[in-house]
Design a protein around this ligand. Structure first.
Ligand code: ARG
Length: 587
C-alpha cells in the first residue's frame, strides 16, 4: 500500500467513530474538523448535531471525548467554548506519518490515486497560425499544463488537444500572396529560429494584408483560394502547410522557453475537424437542433439575449455556406466524446469566450453528443492586466509580444540570482535565471484563481520575500544545502523525540500534501497547491530560524531535523513539478 492516510483523515475517523458511539443517529455526520491555532485541530460539528438532537452541546462533546481512542494518533482532546473539541496529535504520529510518506515505494509521498479515474480531454495552449503569441496564450498554456500534471498524478488518463487557429478565411490571402511570391518561405526545416520564423510570418502577413486592402483583383483571387482550401486542392493545401510548419517552429520555440512539453501529435487545430463540419451541420439540422434563419444555420436559446432583447443565436454555418468557429468546436466534441472516449472535456480558454462555450455545450447536449455521463467545462481565465490595472498593452497600445515578456522576466530573474550568488558560475547564473524567471511567470499566473484577472508585475514576481516562486525555490535550495553540509549524517526519523512548535507545524503541514493535491486536481485549482507550497516554505523558514539543524543538541535530534528538512524538500520539489516550476538544487 503506497498511499498514506493523513493525520487529518485519521483524526476524522476516530472522531466520527466516537461521535456515532455517543449519538447513534449521528453515524454519518461530519465532525467538521479543521486545522486550528489553538490546538492542532478543532472540530466544530458537535454544536449543530446537539441542536438537532436537542442535546446539550458541551455534554455531547464530553461524551465524544470519553469515547474517542487516544494515545496513538490523538494525544489530547478537550472540550472548549460552547462545545468545540480541541485536538492535539502526538509528536510520534507526526513523525511516523511523514516517514511513511518519504519512504513511499512509489515515490509519490503517499499520495493515493483517485478512486475512479477517467479520461479527460483538455484543450489548452492554442495559439494561432501566422500570429504572434500573447499573454492570453500564456495563461492557457500555463494553467492547462498544471492541470494536466495534477490530473495525471491522480491517475486520470489525459488527452491533450492544442486547438490552434490554423483554418479560416484569412488563409486565402496568405496563401495567394505566397503563391505569387513563392520564395518567401524557402528554407529547410531547422534552418530558422523561432524568432526568425515569426518575423517571416509577420512580414508575409503585413505584405499580404497591404495587397488585399489595396488591390481588388488580388482580393478576388484570395477569396477563391479560401474555396480551394476548403475543397482540399492539393497545391493550396501544400501552401497552407508551409504557414503551419513555419508557425510551429515559432510555437515550439516559445513552449521550450516556457519549459513546457508540447507534442506535435497533440496539436490538432481547427483544420483537423474540417472533414466533419458538413456532417455536424447535417446532423444538427436533421434533428431540428439547428434551424435555417436568413440562410444561416442557427441554434437558438431562450436565456441568451442580446442587448436589444432579441435572442442571440449560435451560428453554425453562415449564409454563404462557410463554417465558423462553432461548427469546429461542435465537431471536436463529437471526436473527443466518440473517438477519444472522454468522460470529461476541459477547455482552458479566456473568459471572454464563455458565451461561445455555453452555447456550444448546450447545443451538443441537445444533439445528444454530450450525455449525462460526460462533463464539459470551460476553465475560463481572466484578463492579464498591466501594473496600471488596465489590459496589458505596450505604451503604443499594442499587444505585448509574449517572447519579449519572457525574456524580460529571465533578465530580471538573472539579476536577482546574480546578486545572491556566491559560488555560481556565469553559466549557472544564466541557467538559474531562466528557471527562476519562467518559474516566476508561471507562479504568478497559477497563484491567483484562474477566473480572476491578474496584474503582470515583474518586480513583484521575482521578489524574494513575497508569495513568489523564487521564495519556494530558495526554500528548496536551502533544504538541499543543509543536506549537503550534513555530509555523512543522514536524515533519520525519530518518532520518540519531543517536537518543538515549529517542528510540529512543519510536520503537520507536510502531511497535508496528498489532500491538497487531490483537492487541486478535483477542482482544477492549481492555486490551492501554490498556496499550500507557499505556506510550507514559510513554515520551513520559521523552523530553520528557530531550530538549529546540524547544531541541534543530540545526534538523534540532528537526524530528525534533517529528516524534516528532507521531507520538506521532497514535498516542495514534487509540488513545484506539478506546477511546471523547476527546483534548482543550488541558488
Ligand atoms: N485559438 C483560440 C484563441 O487564440 C483559442 C482556441 C480555444 N479552443 C477552442 N476549442 N475553441 O483565442
Amino acid at each position: 500500500m503506497a498511499s498514506v492516510t493523513s493525520l487529518t483523515a485519521s483524526v476524522h475517523q476516530r472522531l466520527a467513530n466516537a461521535l456515532s458511539a455517543a449519538l447513534p443517529e449521528a453515524a454519518a455526520a461530519d465532525p467538521l474538523l479543521r486545522r486550528s491555532d489553538r490546538a492542532d485541530f478543532q472540530a466544530n460539528g458537535i454544536l449543530a448535531l446537539a441542536k438537532k438532537a436537542k442535546a446539550n452541546p458541551r455534554e455531547l462533546a464530553a461524551q465524544v471525548v470519553e469515547r474517542v481512542v487516544t494515545g496513538d494518533v490523538i494525544g489530547d482532546i478537550e472540550v472548549s467554548g460552547p462545545g468545540f473539541l480541541n485536538i492535539t496529535v502526538t509528536d510520534k504520529a507526526i513523525i511516523e506519518n511523514l516517514s511513511a510518506r518519504v519512504t513511499d515505494p512509489a515515490a509519490r509521498l503517499g499520495v493515493p490515486h483517485a478512486d475512479h479515474p477517467g479520461t479527460t480531454v483538455i484543450d489548452y495552449a492554442q495559439p494561432n497560425v501566422a500570429k504572434e503569441m500573447h499573454v492570453g496564450h500564456l495563461r492557457s498554456a500555463v494553467i492547462g499544463d498544471a492541470v494536466v500534471q495534477l490530473l495525471e498524478f491522480t491517475g486520470e488518463t489525459v488527452v491533450r488537444r492544442h486547438h490552434i487557429g490554423d483554418w479560416g478565411t484569412q488563409f486565402g490571402m496568405l496563401i495567394q500572396y505566397l503563391d505569387e511570391h513563392p520564395h518567401e518561405l524557402d528554407h529547410r526545416a531547422g534552418e530558422v529560429s523561432g524568432e526568425e520564423a515569426m518575423s517571416n510570418l509577420d512580414r508575409l502577413y503585413k505584405a499580404a494584408r497591404r495587397k488585399f486592402d489595396s488591390d481588388e483583383e488580388f482580393k478576388t483571387r484570395a477569396r477563391r483560394r479560401v474555396v480551394d482550401l476548403q475543397a482540399g486542392d492539393p497545391h493550396t493545401l501544400a501552401m497552407w502547410q508551409k504557414f503551419v510548419d513555419e508557425s510551429k517552429i515559432y510555437f515550439f520555440s516559445v513552449f521550450e522557453k516556457l519549459d513546457m512539453e508540447i507534442r506535435d501529435a497533440d496539436i490538432v487545430g481547427e483544420s483537423g475537424y474540417n472533414d466533419m463540419l458538413a456532417e455536424t451541420c447535417r446532423l444538427l439540422e436533421e434533428s431540428g437542433v439547428a434551424v435555417r434563419s436568413e440562410g444561416a444555420l442557427c441554434v437558438f436559446f431562450d436565456d441568451i439575449l442580446g442587448p436589444d432583447g432579441n435572442k442571440v443565436p449560435l451560428i453554425v454555418q453562415k449564409s454563404d455556406g462557410g463554417y465558423g468557429y462553432a461548427a469546429t468546436d461542435l465537431s471536436a466534441i463529437r471526436d473527443r466524446v466518440f473517438s477519444l472516449k472522454a468522460d470529461t472535456l476541459l477547455y482552458v480558454v479566456d473568459a471572454r469566450q464563455s458565451l461561445h462555450f455555453k452555447m456550444v455545450f448546450e447545443t451538443a447536449r441537445r444533439a445528444g453528443w454530450l450525455g449525462a455521463d460526460v462533463k464539459a467545462q470551460q476553465l475560463a481565465f481572466g484578463t492579464v492586466l498591466g501594473k496600471d490595472g488596465k489590459p496589458f498593452k505596450t505604451r503604443e497600445g499594442e499587444t505585448v509580444r509574449l517572447v519579449d515578456l519572457l525574456d524580460e522576466a529571465i533578465d530580471r530573474a538573472s539579476a536577482v540570482v546574480r546578486e545572491k550568488a556566491r559560488d555560481l558560475s556565469e553559466q549557472e547564473i544564466a541557467e538559474r535565471g531562466a528557471q527562476v524567471g519562467i518559474g516566476a511567470v508561471k507562479y504568478a499566473d497559477l497563484s491567483t484563481s484562474a477566473s480572476r484577472d491578474y496584474k503582470f508585475d515583474l518586480d513583484q514576481m521575482v521578489s524574494l520575500n513575497g508569495d513568489t516562486s523564487v521564495y519556494l525555490q530558495y526554500a528548496y535550495a536551502r533544504t538541499q544545502s543543509i543536506q549537503r553540509k550534513a555530509g555523512e549524517v543522514r536524515p533519520v526519523a525519530h518518532p520518540e523525540l519531543e517536537l518543538s512548535p515549529a517542528e510540529r507545524a512543519l510536520g503537520l503541514h507536510a502531511d497535508q500534501f496528498a489532500e491538497t493535491v487531490a483537492e487541486a486536481a478535483a477542482e482544477y485549482a492549481p492555486h490551492k497547491l501554490t498556496a499550500y507550497l507557499y505556506q510550507l516554505a514559510s513554515l520551513f523558514t520559521t523552523f530553520y530560524d528557530k531550530c538549529p539543524v546540524l547544531k541541534a543538541e543530540t545526534p538523534e535530534q540532528v537526524e530528525n531535523r534533517l529528516f524534516l528538512t528532507d521531507a520538506t524538500g521532497r514535498t516542495l520539489r514534487q509540488g513545484m513539478a506539478l506546477l511546471g516550476i523547476q527546483a534548482p538544487e543550488r541558488l
